[in-house]
Design a binder for this molecule. Sequence first.
Ligand SMILES: Cc1cc2nc3c(=O)[nH]c(=O)nc-3n(C[C@H](O)[C@H](O)[C@H](O)COP(=O)(O)OP(=O)(O)OC[C@H]3O[C@@H](n4cnc5c(N)ncnc54)[C@H](O)[C@@H]3O)c2cc1C
Length: 332
Amino acid sequence: MQHEAAIIAGAGPIGLACAISAKRRGIDPLVIDAGALANSIVRYPINMTFFTTPERLEIGNHPLVCAGAKATREEALKYYRGVARVAGIRVKTYTKLVGAREVETRLGRETISWDKLVLATGYFDHVNKLGVPGEDLPHVRHYFDEPHLSYGLDVVVIGGKNSAVEAALQLFRAGARTTIIYRGTTWPKSVKYWLRPDLENRIKAGEIQARLGSQVVEITPRDVLVRGALGNEERIPADRVYPLIGFHPDFELFKRMGIAFDPATGRPVINQETLETSVPGVHVAGSVTAGTKISEIFIENGRFDGEKIFGSATERQRAQSLYQGITRETGE
Ligand SMILES: Cc1cc2nc3c(=O)[nH]c(=O)nc-3n(C[C@H](O)[C@H](O)[C@H](O)COP(=O)(O)OP(=O)(O)OC[C@H]3O[C@@H](n4cnc5c(N)ncnc54)[C@H](O)[C@@H]3O)c2cc1C
């Protein structure tokens, strides 16, 4: 059986940052990822640009240089690949942690042991579902891909937060007849200041249709059945449907590992100073620590977590103050 001093599950920005923290203290961790390196960024919409300025996406003080004011998906992927290479991080991709001391690869299951395990597994693999009939039909997509694919189609976006609003705007601009359905009666305050007026103006001009205070009842191959606040029902034609209503961490993995978490918030119970969970030697880092409040922890404020896990008491304190110094900008 393979034994490692430290395993980091998740080769996202925070898992890689943790690996750098470990290496700088003489520990050579193995980083495993269920998908590719930085798999969550791989699954971002293809033409996406980060809202965070580049220096706040940096890990281990490696500079992120990009052509414009903000990094694109492509530039970020190049950056995290480059950091993994120059920092000499051992990464095993397509290797999923499935339970206590068990990983799954293309070739089957293997047992593996460790002195310290860090779960930096994020939330992006687990979409929130509406729980309505038709949600798993092939034209329903829980990840926003490329707006171009929807040219000339009737498209329904479900959700009212940044991802849904941004998708609706991009779809409209790519020539889709776009309707956005949101259960709230007003757009949430967290919608970015540059997206909100754009959306409101498109709605006012009749370029994007919106149904606020509305619930989706059913999705069929042809349309989406929606119930309004007054109980009125309407069928909105849809060739393509994007429910974009958020994500959550892998609670089943928490359970299999015996990690205690708050069922109301989905947050693992942790020692705030060391990020150790209820299972001794098992820590969490990055966005997985936020439970269902996924708009609380980003790259910019999760990237110091490795210092808390692998650092000394002084380094932990420094990481805590850096973390507190960063505004918790809301978004997803
Ligand atoms: C469209 C979009 C735009 C965003 N823009 C910004 C931004 O501008 N600024 C910002 O700071 N944040 C932004 N975010 C959020 C940011 O992507 C996340 O906060 C960040 O990816 C979290 O990093 P992480 O390393 O904690 O998790 P992730 O990046 O999600 O990495 C987790 C990794 O764990 C792997 N994994 C999952 N389960 C397992 C398992 N069981 N075993 C092994 N590996 C596993 C996954 O494959 C993944 O690679 C954005 C998110 C989206 C969707």
